[in-house]
Design a protein around this ligand. Structure first.
Ligand code: LMR
Length: 329
């Protein structure tokens, strides 16, 4: 009798913990750290809409924005454990998984515009980088844009010398660490959800981010100056738990692939506008002074950050950087 009870408990447990794809509807928890009203937030909502439509409701996508479910580091662990199925971390956040190659996207001034970026993400290098995730139990599905980063602080940042000794929050990327070290600043890795408070309380003096992230996190309310540097890029890799993805019925996986393709096109077509609108709102708020650099000042910044390429080569390899530069031509 004890055996029968144990067996039925085991069966029940199996039923509850069996493949997620055996549940009806199939639930995809999509966790992310930014606001809904951002390029990533809107892309996630679009994916939800299309995924549910194309699967005729067989799949339900639950989007958890603004780090409500997990913060940066935890979300990657949760994905590997299968507690969430889908994420879109920035390229700068794969280092803690043991994959540093995506940090090539963090190299200062490596991308003059989004058209150039597309050549890389849609080319053989983009595909090869996604494949690196397989070994971590992760499947890479798409590249999503945010946009170009600006520098913010409570002091005016114009020349490279202005960065000396300034404490900057960074994402968990060695390339970004090297970038601020090259400027004589003090970089500190911190989860995105903690940035606003860290700026407000002075734990750090500044940070780098896109107009959209600055505006939707209200960073401009606690930063006196934002310098329009466009020195680097923030974009995302949309990822799923590999086992979850592989276990899906083939027709469902096809429908989700189609939904992802269209959500990607939708999101990437409007990311620039999201950032332009956020900049306009920040200007309108009058809370931060926006500093524009002259071509000479821009050039001085570029020069000051040049050593980062050498440093990065020792981590991700010069061939990868060369390949990136070649494909972006
Ligand atoms: C950051 O941490 O600053 C960004 O990666 C946040 C995001 O997801 O855009």
């Amino acid at each position: 009798r004890t055996f029968a009870i144990a067996a039925s408990i085991a069966a029940l447990a199996l039923g509850l913990t069996g493949p997620a794809s055996a549940q009806s509807p199939i639930i995809i928890k999509f966790s992310h750290v930014v606001a809904t009203d951002t390029p990533k937030g809107k892309g996630a909502e679009k994916f939800k809409e299309l995924a549910e439509k194309y699967t005729g409701g067989k799949v339900k996508v639950e989007v958890y924005p603004n780090s409500t479910l997990y913060k940066d580091k935890e979300e990657l662990e949760a994905l590997q454990l299968g507690s969430v199925q889908m994420l879109a971390p920035s390229n700068s956040k794969f280092g803690p998984l043991g994959i540093r190659e995506f940090e090539v996207f963090d190299l200062p001034y490596i991308l003059p515009d989004l058209k150039t970026l597309r050549k890389v993400t849609e080319g053989p290098l983009g595909a090869r980088l996604l494949k690196l995730l397989d070994a971590k139990g992760i499947t890479g599905l798409a590249y999503w844009d945010n946009g170009f980063k600006q520098m913010s602080a409570n002091k005016k940042l114009v020349t490279p010398a202005d960065y000396q000794g300034v404490k900057f929050r960074i994402q968990s990327s060695r390339v970004l660490q090297a970038q601020f070290k090259a400027l004589g600043s003090l970089p500190q890795v911190m989860a995105f959800s903690e940035v606003y408070q860290a700026l407000q309380t002075g734990v750090v003096d500044g940070q780098e981010n896109t107009w959209s992230n600055i505006y939707t996190q209200k960073m401009h309310e606690v930063q006196k100056y934002i310098t329009e540097t466009n020195h680097g890029y923030i974009g995302y890799v949309v990822i799923v738990n590999k086992k979850f993805w592989d276990d899906l019925p083939a027709d469902i996986r096809d429908q989700l692939t189609k939904a992802m393709k269209e959500a990607t096109e939708f999101g990437n077509a409007q990311s620039q506008k999201e950032n332009d609108d956020a900049l306009a709102e920040i200007k309108k708020s009058g809370k931060s002074e926006i500093i524009k650099l002259t071509p000479e000042q821009n050039e001085a910044m570029r020069k000051a950050m040049e050593p980062v390429y050498k440093d990065a080569a020792s981590r991700v390899g010069q061939p990868l950087i060369d390949e990136f530069l070649k494909e972006s031509k």
